[in-house]
Write a protein that binds this ligand. Structure first.
Ligand code: PGA
Length: 252
Protein backbone atom coordinates (compact mmCIF):
# COMPACT_ATOMS: atom_id res chain seq x y z
CA UNK A 1 0.00 0.00 0.00
CA UNK A 2 1.36 3.39 -0.82
CA UNK A 3 2.27 5.64 2.06
CA UNK A 4 1.46 9.24 2.80
CA UNK A 5 4.59 11.25 3.44
CA UNK A 6 5.37 14.77 4.57
CA UNK A 7 9.07 15.52 4.14
CA UNK A 8 10.75 18.75 5.20
CA UNK A 9 13.76 19.81 3.19
CA UNK A 10 15.64 22.23 5.40
CA UNK A 11 18.10 23.10 2.60
CA UNK A 12 21.08 25.20 3.78
CA UNK A 13 19.32 26.42 6.91
CA UNK A 14 19.78 25.79 10.66
CA UNK A 15 23.08 25.28 12.44
CA UNK A 16 23.54 22.28 14.72
CA UNK A 17 21.74 23.73 17.74
CA UNK A 18 18.89 25.02 15.62
CA UNK A 19 18.58 21.67 13.87
CA UNK A 20 18.47 19.72 17.12
CA UNK A 21 15.94 22.10 18.53
CA UNK A 22 13.71 21.96 15.44
CA UNK A 23 13.64 18.17 15.20
CA UNK A 24 12.77 18.00 18.88
CA UNK A 25 9.91 20.44 18.39
CA UNK A 26 8.65 18.61 15.31
CA UNK A 27 8.71 15.26 17.14
CA UNK A 28 6.91 16.77 20.12
CA UNK A 29 4.30 18.50 18.01
CA UNK A 30 3.25 15.25 16.33
CA UNK A 31 3.61 12.96 19.31
CA UNK A 32 -0.13 12.69 19.78
CA UNK A 33 -1.00 12.53 16.07
CA UNK A 34 -2.31 9.17 14.99
CA UNK A 35 -0.44 9.39 11.66
CA UNK A 36 -1.78 6.11 10.36
CA UNK A 37 0.17 5.13 7.26
CA UNK A 38 1.80 8.57 7.27
CA UNK A 39 5.51 9.21 7.52
CA UNK A 40 7.20 12.41 8.61
CA UNK A 41 10.73 13.03 7.38
CA UNK A 42 13.15 15.92 7.91
CA UNK A 43 16.30 16.58 5.90
CA UNK A 44 18.90 18.69 7.72
CA UNK A 45 22.34 19.64 6.40
CA UNK A 46 25.15 17.08 6.48
CA UNK A 47 26.78 18.51 9.60
CA UNK A 48 23.62 18.06 11.66
CA UNK A 49 22.57 14.68 10.33
CA UNK A 50 24.03 12.45 13.00
CA UNK A 51 22.78 14.49 15.94
CA UNK A 52 19.35 14.97 14.39
CA UNK A 53 19.12 11.25 13.62
CA UNK A 54 19.96 10.51 17.26
CA UNK A 55 17.33 12.94 18.51
CA UNK A 56 14.75 11.47 16.16
CA UNK A 57 15.32 7.92 17.36
CA UNK A 58 12.24 6.55 19.06
CA UNK A 59 10.02 9.35 17.68
CA UNK A 60 7.76 9.44 14.62
CA UNK A 61 10.27 11.53 12.71
CA UNK A 62 12.65 10.00 10.17
CA UNK A 63 15.77 11.68 8.87
CA UNK A 64 17.00 12.10 5.30
CA UNK A 65 20.10 13.57 3.69
CA UNK A 66 19.71 16.23 1.00
CA UNK A 67 22.27 14.74 -1.37
CA UNK A 68 25.11 12.24 -1.65
CA UNK A 69 27.84 11.16 -4.06
CA UNK A 70 27.56 7.99 -6.14
CA UNK A 71 31.05 6.69 -5.40
CA UNK A 72 31.79 4.50 -2.44
CA UNK A 73 34.78 6.58 -1.39
CA UNK A 74 37.83 8.21 -2.97
CA UNK A 75 39.20 11.53 -4.16
CA UNK A 76 35.97 13.53 -4.26
CA UNK A 77 36.70 16.51 -2.04
CA UNK A 78 33.66 17.79 -0.22
CA UNK A 79 31.46 14.83 -0.97
CA UNK A 80 29.68 12.21 1.17
CA UNK A 81 28.89 8.60 0.26
CA UNK A 82 25.85 6.42 0.91
CA UNK A 83 27.88 4.26 3.23
CA UNK A 84 28.85 7.31 5.29
CA UNK A 85 25.23 8.37 5.60
CA UNK A 86 24.30 4.90 6.72
CA UNK A 87 27.08 4.96 9.29
CA UNK A 88 25.43 7.89 11.08
CA UNK A 89 21.98 6.32 11.00
CA UNK A 90 20.56 7.91 7.85
CA UNK A 91 18.63 5.63 5.53
CA UNK A 92 16.84 8.07 3.23
CA UNK A 93 18.31 10.49 0.71
CA UNK A 94 16.80 13.23 -1.45
CA UNK A 95 18.26 13.06 -4.96
CA UNK A 96 17.82 15.31 -7.97
CA UNK A 97 16.42 18.36 -6.24
CA UNK A 98 16.13 21.15 -8.79
CA UNK A 99 18.63 23.25 -6.82
CA UNK A 100 21.17 20.44 -7.16
CA UNK A 101 20.42 20.12 -10.86
CA UNK A 102 20.50 23.87 -11.51
CA UNK A 103 23.26 25.22 -9.22
CA UNK A 104 25.50 22.18 -8.97
CA UNK A 105 25.20 20.78 -12.46
CA UNK A 106 23.70 17.43 -11.53
CA UNK A 107 22.72 15.57 -14.66
CA UNK A 108 20.30 12.72 -15.23
CA UNK A 109 23.30 10.46 -15.75
CA UNK A 110 24.85 11.36 -12.39
CA UNK A 111 21.50 10.96 -10.71
CA UNK A 112 20.99 7.48 -12.13
CA UNK A 113 24.33 6.50 -10.58
CA UNK A 114 23.40 8.10 -7.26
CA UNK A 115 20.12 6.20 -7.24
CA UNK A 116 22.02 2.95 -7.79
CA UNK A 117 24.49 3.72 -5.00
CA UNK A 118 21.65 4.52 -2.59
CA UNK A 119 19.75 1.33 -3.42
CA UNK A 120 22.88 -0.80 -3.21
CA UNK A 121 23.23 0.53 0.32
CA UNK A 122 19.60 -0.29 1.06
CA UNK A 123 18.63 3.36 1.34
CA UNK A 124 15.34 4.89 0.27
CA UNK A 125 15.43 7.62 -2.35
CA UNK A 126 13.21 10.66 -2.63
CA UNK A 127 13.73 11.33 -6.34
CA UNK A 128 12.91 14.90 -7.42
CA UNK A 129 12.09 16.20 -10.87
CA UNK A 130 10.02 18.95 -12.43
CA UNK A 131 9.82 21.39 -15.28
CA UNK A 132 10.95 25.01 -15.49
CA UNK A 133 8.52 27.79 -16.36
CA UNK A 134 9.31 27.88 -20.10
CA UNK A 135 8.52 24.19 -20.36
CA UNK A 136 5.21 24.71 -18.61
CA UNK A 137 4.39 27.67 -20.85
CA UNK A 138 5.27 25.83 -24.03
CA UNK A 139 3.33 22.74 -22.99
CA UNK A 140 6.49 20.65 -22.81
CA UNK A 141 6.15 19.84 -19.10
CA UNK A 142 4.95 16.26 -19.56
CA UNK A 143 7.88 15.46 -21.86
CA UNK A 144 10.40 16.98 -19.47
CA UNK A 145 9.07 15.09 -16.48
CA UNK A 146 8.89 11.84 -18.41
CA UNK A 147 12.46 12.16 -19.57
CA UNK A 148 13.77 12.98 -16.07
CA UNK A 149 12.03 9.91 -14.64
CA UNK A 150 13.10 7.72 -17.54
CA UNK A 151 16.76 8.75 -17.39
CA UNK A 152 16.99 8.61 -13.63
CA UNK A 153 14.94 5.53 -12.82
CA UNK A 154 13.87 3.32 -15.71
CA UNK A 155 17.05 1.26 -15.53
CA UNK A 156 15.76 -0.08 -12.20
CA UNK A 157 13.93 -3.35 -11.85
CA UNK A 158 10.34 -3.37 -10.61
CA UNK A 159 11.41 -4.71 -7.22
CA UNK A 160 13.71 -1.72 -6.67
CA UNK A 161 10.76 0.65 -6.73
CA UNK A 162 9.74 -0.23 -3.20
CA UNK A 163 12.61 2.03 -2.12
CA UNK A 164 11.70 4.90 -4.42
CA UNK A 165 9.56 7.89 -3.47
CA UNK A 166 8.83 10.35 -6.29
CA UNK A 167 8.65 14.11 -5.77
CA UNK A 168 7.18 16.27 -8.49
CA UNK A 169 8.47 19.78 -7.96
CA UNK A 170 7.72 22.27 -10.70
CA UNK A 171 10.75 24.56 -10.57
CA UNK A 172 8.60 27.66 -11.07
CA UNK A 173 6.79 26.89 -7.81
CA UNK A 174 9.82 26.30 -5.57
CA UNK A 175 10.41 29.10 -3.09
CA UNK A 176 8.41 31.49 -5.25
CA UNK A 177 5.17 31.50 -3.30
CA UNK A 178 3.50 30.29 -6.46
CA UNK A 179 2.06 26.78 -6.32
CA UNK A 180 0.80 24.50 -8.99
CA UNK A 181 -2.97 24.43 -8.62
CA UNK A 182 -4.29 21.23 -7.05
CA UNK A 183 -5.62 20.36 -10.53
CA UNK A 184 -2.21 20.89 -12.15
CA UNK A 185 -0.59 18.73 -9.47
CA UNK A 186 -3.18 15.99 -9.87
CA UNK A 187 -2.87 16.08 -13.67
CA UNK A 188 0.89 15.60 -13.49
CA UNK A 189 0.75 12.98 -10.74
CA UNK A 190 -1.81 10.94 -12.70
CA UNK A 191 0.41 11.22 -15.77
CA UNK A 192 3.41 9.98 -13.76
CA UNK A 193 1.45 7.05 -12.41
CA UNK A 194 0.39 6.16 -15.93
CA UNK A 195 3.89 6.23 -17.43
CA UNK A 196 5.25 4.17 -14.54
CA UNK A 197 2.44 1.63 -15.05
CA UNK A 198 3.24 1.50 -18.78
CA UNK A 199 6.96 1.00 -18.16
CA UNK A 200 6.54 -1.44 -15.26
CA UNK A 201 3.12 -2.55 -14.06
CA UNK A 202 0.11 -1.42 -12.03
CA UNK A 203 1.57 -2.83 -8.86
CA UNK A 204 4.60 -0.55 -9.07
CA UNK A 205 2.62 2.52 -10.10
CA UNK A 206 -0.11 2.08 -7.49
CA UNK A 207 2.37 1.54 -4.68
CA UNK A 208 4.85 4.33 -5.34
CA UNK A 209 4.24 7.48 -3.29
CA UNK A 210 4.26 10.66 -5.36
CA UNK A 211 4.87 13.85 -3.37
CA UNK A 212 4.19 17.36 -4.58
CA UNK A 213 6.68 20.11 -3.76
CA UNK A 214 6.70 23.84 -4.41
CA UNK A 215 5.39 26.45 -1.97
CA UNK A 216 3.21 24.06 0.02
CA UNK A 217 1.95 26.05 3.00
CA UNK A 218 -0.61 25.49 5.75
CA UNK A 219 -3.24 27.35 3.72
CA UNK A 220 -2.96 25.27 0.54
CA UNK A 221 -1.77 21.85 1.79
CA UNK A 222 -5.18 20.33 2.38
CA UNK A 223 -6.46 21.07 -1.10
CA UNK A 224 -3.30 19.73 -2.75
CA UNK A 225 -3.11 16.63 -0.54
CA UNK A 226 -6.80 16.02 -1.20
CA UNK A 227 -6.11 14.99 -4.78
CA UNK A 228 -6.16 11.25 -5.35
CA UNK A 229 -2.69 10.88 -6.83
CA UNK A 230 -0.94 13.27 -4.43
CA UNK A 231 0.49 11.23 -1.55
CA UNK A 232 2.05 14.07 0.40
CA UNK A 233 4.56 16.85 0.04
CA UNK A 234 8.19 17.85 -0.02
CA UNK A 235 8.20 21.05 1.96
CA UNK A 236 10.91 23.72 1.89
CA UNK A 237 10.30 27.08 3.56
CA UNK A 238 7.33 25.98 5.63
CA UNK A 239 9.30 23.07 7.10
CA UNK A 240 11.52 25.52 8.98
CA UNK A 241 8.69 26.55 11.26
CA UNK A 242 7.37 23.86 13.58
CA UNK A 243 3.82 25.22 13.61
CA UNK A 244 3.58 25.52 9.85
CA UNK A 245 5.10 22.05 9.39
CA UNK A 246 2.66 20.56 11.89
CA UNK A 247 -0.27 22.27 10.17
CA UNK A 248 0.87 20.72 6.88
CA UNK A 249 1.18 17.28 8.50
CA UNK A 250 -2.31 17.72 9.95
CA UNK A 251 -3.59 18.50 6.45
CA UNK A 252 -2.68 15.12 5.08
P1 PGA B 1 9.41 25.45 -0.99
O1 PGA B 1 10.51 24.38 -1.42
O2 PGA B 1 8.37 24.71 -0.19
O3 PGA B 1 10.15 26.48 -0.20
O4 PGA B 1 8.85 26.00 -2.28
C1 PGA B 1 10.15 23.09 -1.81
C2 PGA B 1 11.39 22.29 -2.15
O5 PGA B 1 12.33 22.85 -2.70
O6 PGA B 1 11.45 21.09 -1.87
Amino acid sequence: MRQKIVAGNWKMNNNLDESKSLVKKVAKSIKKNKLKNTRVIVAPTFVSLEKVANKAKGTKVEVAAQNMHFAKNGAFTGEISAEMLKSVGVEIVILGHSERREYFGETDEMLAKKVDAALENKMEVIFCFGEVLEDRKSGNHFNVVESQIKNGLYHLEAKDWKNIILAYEPVWAIGTGETASPEQAQEMHAFIRKIVADEYNDDVSENVSILYGGSVKPNNAQEIFGKPDVDGGLIGGAALNKDDFKAIIDAI
